[in-house]
Every structure is written in structure tokens, then in C-alpha cells.
Design a protein around this ligand. Sequence first.
Ligand SMILES: [Zn+2]
Ligand SMILES: [Zn+2]
Length: 262
Amino acid sequence: MFIDSHCHLFYDDFKNDIADVISRANNAGVQYFIVPATNHETALQAIALAEKYPSIFVSVGFHPLDLKDFSTERLALIEEMVSHPKVVAIGEIGIDYFYDTSPREYQKEIFSLQIELAIRKNLPIIVHTRDSVQDAVDIALRHAKSHPEWRNQGKRGVFHCFTGDTVQAKALFDNNFLISFPGPITFKKSIMPDLIKEIGIEHVMVETDSPYLTPVPYRGKRNEPSYIPLIAQKIADTLNISIEEVGRVTTLNAKKLFNLPI
Ligand SMILES: [Zn+2]
Ligand SMILES: [Zn+2]
């Protein structure tokens, strides 16, 4: 069994065949889906999906590339959504220096503001980074250290599509954060396999980030959660363990992080 810990099933890419996408995933052993919103509008769409499909859970927040949609009024609406039983995290939030669609200081400020929301609600965060891992790690760890009560007994969040190094990964693990790996781990030039050889899978989850980041051999096509076993198999081969073991550990990590009632 697997959980796709990060898939954007609300996008139009899935409008015509979402039921098929979910049943194909189920047939491939992917039983649950975490669907991270990117702004207020997609949060509403994600929650609507979660109300329709028992296997879908949701995170709410403003993606760093969607900060044009951010306002304190809309953040208050996001905060209200947290009481919905299928909202399990704040995300995806973070900083993105690759596209740099908003000033860096502003991105950091809104990232911090949303971590504060997660701390108030005692929820985990789903963190997006691109060319910004160190700054995002610094901000997340600063909040973790000043709020020991935040998920003290459990985990505090995940850095998704992790592209940092071993030192950054270990600093995150030491402070109760996880990381997750998507399709690019299957690409020939990926650095992710070397990283996972050093850190193991104890603090790792799998994700597709559908409809993006499609794994080999479907690279270039729309991504979907039924491809999770391709990512898990690559991790299994890299670590010389069984795909069942990858499924067992990553599923347990997702269940614990998101406190899933399953
Ligand atoms: Zn992301
Ligand atoms: Zn994403």
C-alpha cells in the first residue's frame, strides 16, 4: 500500500477523468492522496474533492508562486477552513527563487506567517522550495525551536520534492521534519538516489506532485498518482530493499505526519 503525499488533483488536467485516475491509483496500490492547495480558490476546489472522495485529504495555504492571490483577509478564510475534518496540513507554503515571482523578503514573510498559523492550529506544514532550501530550512527550524509545543510528540512537516543535501536533510530530521521524493528520482541525472543512499528512508515519503514531475517512462506526459510505484521501485532498487518495505515505511510516515484517521 502507498500514500501519494502530494498531488494536485484539483487542476483542470484531471477534470475529465478524476474517477478513473483514482481507480487506476487504487489498482496500483495507492490508497490515499494528500492534495495540497495553492491559494484560496484551489483550497475550495481541493476540499470539494475531499468531500466527494473518502481517500482524499487536503492541505490549505498560499504557494510562493501564488502570492499575487494573498491577502490577510484570504488568509483568515484559509484559517477558517482548518476546522474542516479533511484538512490535515498547512500548505503548500514556502519560497521559490527559481521563478522569483514575488520579492524574496515578501516570500519569506508570508512563509513565516503561514508557519505561525500551522503552529496555532498544531498542524504540520507542506513546504515548497526551489533554489531556496537553506533559507526555507532556516526559517522552519527557527519556528520549530521557538515553539517546542508544535507537534512535540510527532512530526512538524515535510519538505516536498527535496533537492537539498545530506546536512540539510539531517537538520530537518533532527527537528521532526520529513522529506519527500517525486518522479525526478527516476531521471538519469538525478542527485536524489545518492542522497537517499546516505540518509535512508526512515524519514521519507513518496509523492507524485501530479500533474507535474512525471517519472520515467512517462516523462513528458501528464503525471498521476498511479505512477507512485515507479518512484517506490527506484528507491527500493537504490537501497537494495523490497518495494513492500518502501511502501510500509513511507505510508506509516504519511499516516503519522498528517494524523490520518485510517
Ligand atoms: Zn511544490
Ligand atoms: Zn506541489
